[in-house]
Design a protein around this ligand. Sequence first.
Ligand code: GLY
Length: 344
Amino acid sequence: MFNRRKFLQSSLLSSAGLVFTKKNLANNHPSNKIITNDPIVISTWSFGKAANDEAWKTLGTGGRALDAVEAGAKIPEADMNNHSVGRAGYPDRDGHVTLDACIMDENGGCGSVMCLEHIAHPISVARLVMEKTPHVVLVGDGALQFALANGFKKEELLTPESEKAWKEWLKESNYKPVINIEEKSYGNKTTASNIPVGPNNHDTIGIIAMDTKGNLSGACTTSGMAFKMRGRVGDSPIVGAGLFVDNEIGAATSTGLGEEVIRIVGSHLVVEYMRQGLSPEDACKKTVERIIKRNPQKRDDLQVGFLALNKKGEFGAFAIQKGFVYSVKNNNEEKIYSSPSWFD
Ligand code: GLY
């Protein structure tokens, strides 16, 4: 698969932010060089570039990977142009913005919130669940109660733009799937009014980092499937599905149709394949194969991408369909790669 891998580079990325157009992309190959104990951060999609930049403020100064991934995940959570993560996320079909997130540290600690409403940074609440409670998961009203008790501000998260898109969707309530929405909408800077809407227009930020001590952590946060059924939870806040970190082996995260990832406990499986000696890319590919076994035909409505980092600092990804890209930052490079895929 190596020679099929395409590399998308946003060269000379401006500190003012990434303008993601076909023009500034180039073919190349990811580096697989071993950079043990050099810090690195990788994240899903091109909007991961801004998350990586934020994470790097911690990683590049010798900080902890856990702090880096939380800080990085908060960038798309706060981004008003991002309708699949955080405060500007599209609502469920009843108009409620419900957010899902989980986080894992180097000690196997984990915390998660599911169906959390009115809180702009679910990833930080998930971290507090991990650090301040004897539990792993808090959901719905209980998660909100916990957040408020810990000083988080209650906010209306349904933005006028999201409300408009939801009302537009309600006219037909048509569950027409749309995959790779991040590159179709956010990445190409389209606006809410021309974003195709459907149940699968959701793309998660999964972010994984290794710090200068060689410790791994990860975070995963999403508003989930746009216009989903009330109470629906995808893979992102489910430890082992949307994210898994094993500090001895590596870490993995996923994006795409969460139901298919949950069915195979995808991110945990990627890490287990790495434990067996597979490279991050091959581990992601073997995991995609599990989904393909259940879905052998190419489907317009089915995209899943896995992204992984091993303890040696090697990284890789694999997706069901082309279109999945991921962002990488370390001491040597700051790049956006195109994931290889099962179907062209
Ligand atoms: N992967 C995000 C979701 O399915 O909600």
